[in-house]
Design a binder for this molecule. Structure first.
Ligand code: COA
Length: 367
C-alpha cells in the first residue's frame, strides 16, 4: 500500500465546513450577515416576531408550499396536539435514562401519521406535547392533556405547569417561537434537506435535524448563557468576571456568530420582548449590565472583529423570565424550528435533486 494520495483523484481542496458554499435555493428565509437582516419569506423578522402568533408565522412561511391549505392553523395544530397525546403513554413507559430531547424523538418516531393531517402539521403540532409531557415525566408528574382550542404557545406553557399562563408569558413565547422559526441553511436545516432529498419521509428528516441540533456548536448556548449570568451574580462583578474569562481565552456565551458580522437582529427582537414583560425581574437588569460590559470588553480584546450579541443571549433571559427551565431550551428551540425544517424538506422534495456531494480520497491506494 502506498500512503500518498493519488494526485489523479485530487481535483480541488474541500471547503472547510462548506463555508460560503451555496447548496440550495429557498424562498423561506435569508440571512444577511453583513447588514444584520433576517427575512422570513419577504418579511423582516422585526415585522413578524411580537406582532403575529406562532401559527400565523407558520402560515406565512408555508404559504406557497404543498401543505394542504387549512383555514385555521390554530385548529390544525390543536388537532395535531390531541393526536400526539395518544402517544404519551409510550413516553411514560420509556426508560428513565432518556432525556427530554430523546423522549421527544421517541414520540416523533411513534407518532401515527395519516391522510387526516399533513405530516408537517402533525409533526410540528406534536412536539410541544412531547416536550411538556417529557418534562413532567422527568419530574415524576402526570402529563397534562392538550387544550386544542388554545394557541400553541399558550397551551405549551399550560401543559408544562398545569396553569393557564398570563397573556404576557404566552406573548413572549410566541415571540420566541416566531423569532427562531427559520434561519437559512444552518447545520440542522441542511441535514433535513439532505434527508428530504432522498425522498425519505418528513418524520425521518425532522428526527435527523433534531440530531444535528443536539450538538453544542448548534443549539446548545442558551443554557450556558444563564450559567454565566448566574456565575456573575451582580452587576458590580461583571467587569472582573468578564476580564478574567477573556484572559483565560475562554468565550463569552451569547456573543459572536458565524454569519452575522454585526448584531444578530433576533437579539433585539427578544430584548424588546423582555421590555414588554416589565423590568421587575432583577435578572433582566443584570443581563443588560452584563451585555454592556461584555460588548465593551470584546471590542477591546478583539478590535478587528465585530463580536456582538447573538440570539442565544436574550433567548436565555427571556425564557428564564417566563419560567422555562434551562434544561428545556434546546427542546424548545427544536419545537420552534420544526416548521422551518418541514418547509425546507418540502422545498427540497418539490424542486431539488438528491444531495450527493463528492469527497476527496486521501487514503492509501492498492498496489
Ligand atoms: N467570546 C470571546 N471571544 C470570541 C467569542 C466569544 N463569544 N466569539 C469569537 N471569539 C473570538 C475567538 O476566540 C477568535 O479569536 P482568535 O482569532 O484570537 O482565536 C475570534 O473571535 C474568531 O472566532 P471564530 O471561532 O473564528 O468565530 P466564529 O465566527 O467561527 O464563531 C461562534 C462563532 C458562535 C462559534 C463563536 O462566536 C462562539 O463560540 N460564541 C460563543 C458561543 C455562542 O454564543 N454560541 C451561539 C451562537 S448563535
Amino acid at each position: 500500500m502506498t500512503e500518498a494520495p493519488n494526485p489523479a483523484h485530487m481535483t480541488q481542496d474541500p471547503i472547510a465546513g462548506l463555508e460560503g458554499v451555496v447548496a440550495a435555493t429557498t424562498s423561506l428565509s435569508d440571512v444577511d450577515g453583513q447588514n444584520g437582516i433576517l427575512i422570513l419569506r419577504g418579511k423582516k423578522i422585526e415585522d413578524l416576531a411580537g406582532l403575529v402568533s406562532f401559527e400565523e408565522a407558520v402560515m406565512h412561511l408555508w404559504q406557497d408550499l404543498d401543505v394542504a391549505k387549512v383555514s385555521s392553523m390554530v385548529a390544525a395544530f390543536g388537532q395535531a396536539r390531541l393526536a400526539a397525546f395518544e402517544v404519551v403513554p409510550l413516553l411514560e413507559a420509556a426508560p428513565p435514562t432518556l432525556s427530554v430531547y430523546e423522549r421527544m424523538q421517541l414520540g416523533l418516531a411513534a407518532l401515527p401519521l395519516s391522510e387526516a393531517l399533513p405530516a408537517p402539521i402533525a409533526i410540528s403540532g406534536a412536539l410541544p406535547v412531547f416536550l411538556a409531557a417529557s418534562h413532567r415525566i422527568a419530574h415524576g408528574k402526570e402529563p397534562i392533556a392538550p387544550d386544542e382550542t388554545l394557541g400553541c404557545a399558550k397551551d405549551l406553557l399550560r401543559m408544562l405547569t398545569g396553569e393557564v399562563p398570563p397573556k404576557t408569558h404566552a406573548d413572549a413565547l410566541n415571540r420566541y417561537l416566531v423569532t427562531i422559526l427559520d434561519h437559512g441553511l444552518n447545520a440542522s436545516t441542511f441535514t433535513a434537506r439532505v434527508i428530504g432529498s432522498t425522498q425519505a419521509d418528513m418524520r425521518q428528516a425532522i428526527l435527523g435535524a433534531m440530531g444535528a441540533l443536539s450538538g453544542p456548536l448548534h443549539g446548545g448556548a442558551p443554557g450556558p448563557v444563564l450559567d454565566m449570568i448566574d456565575a456573575i451574580g451582580a452587576p458590580e462583578n461583571a467587569e472582573d468576571w468578564i476580564t478574567a474569562t477573556l484572559a483565560r481565552k475562554e468565550r463569552l456565551m451569547g456573543f459572536g456568530h458565524r454569519i452575522y458580522r454585526t448584531r444578530d437582529p433576533r437579539a433585539d427582537v427578544l430584548k424588546s420582548g423582555l421590555r414588554q414583560l416589565g423590568q421587575e425581574n432583577p435578572k433582566v437588569k443584570l443581563a443588560e449590565d452584563i451585555e454592556r460590559e461584555a460588548l465593551a470588553a470584546l471590542k477591546k480584546a478583539k478590535p478587528d472583529r465585530t463580536l456582538d450579541t447573538n440570539v442565544e443571549f436574550y433567548t436565555a433571559v427571556l425564557l428564564d423570565a417566563i419560567g422555562i427551565d434551562r434544561s428545556l431550551f434546546t427542546p424548545l428551540f427544536a419545537t420552534g424550528r420544526t416548521p422551518g425544517w418541514c418547509g425546507h424538506v418540502l422545498e427540497q422534495q418539490q424542486n431539488g435533486k438528491l444531495i450527493r456531494p463528492a469527497s476527496q480520497y486521501v487514503g492509501p491506494m492498492p498496489e
